[in-house]
Design a binder for this molecule. Sequence first.
Ligand SMILES: [Zn+2]
Ligand SMILES: [Zn+2]
Length: 254
Amino acid sequence: MTAFISDNHVHSTFSEDGKQDMETIVKKAIEKKMKYITFTEHVDYNPADDGYLYFQYEKYSLAVEAMQKKYCDSITILKGIEFGEPHLYHTFFMKETKRNYDLIMGSLHWHGDRFYGGKQMAARFNADDIMKIYYEDTMNMLEYGGFDVLAHLDFPKRYYKFENTVSKRMDEILKTIIKKDIILEVNTSGFRKGYMNLIPDQNVLMRYHELGGRKISLGSDAHHGDELMADFHLTENLECFEQTLFINRKRIVI
Ligand SMILES: [Zn+2]
Ligand SMILES: [Zn+2]
């Protein structure tokens, strides 16, 4: 992969859990000599999520436009969303797909009213069962499709620190990603959460490659300017993959 000039997974205060406003983050991105930044604000329709109905498209859209106008000489600012469990919220998801985005990520955070990193889930199920259920939900989401990038595959491991395993089920998931022409995200947020691995980890990424997967989307999952491109240097050995970004929902290899 080339030098790191792009972060495809960033949250500002247009997400409920964002810690900094968009302009502060853009300034930080320019300081870090980034050429592209893709905001991927949370869009959630699970009532259990703190961000339920928080997202405001018009305000977000205007803010991206204003920032792009102001900083166009220094950086390209791209407008994306991280849509939670799209397969469960068909009408809402369809509405978003008709809007003018650069990138739509599909993301899985919840199983019913249980968060895939929360105590409730861990109290009810053991590690094997959590991952079994998670993979089932992931398959349903992938079969539904309609998004460009699958966010943080193996997300529960970021919280529960489960052992690395590449199961048969994972093979099916990776094959489906390739078949449906969805891009796999490599998410570096685990290093900030004590998981100390890429999400998904190197074993899964190598299996993805073996099965024919070549394109990845690299994201820090930053919720603060200081986290932009955090730990990207730990992906340097992934040169067998092509790093992509999205403009008007069309992929570009960088
Ligand atoms: Zn997420
Ligand atoms: Zn995110």
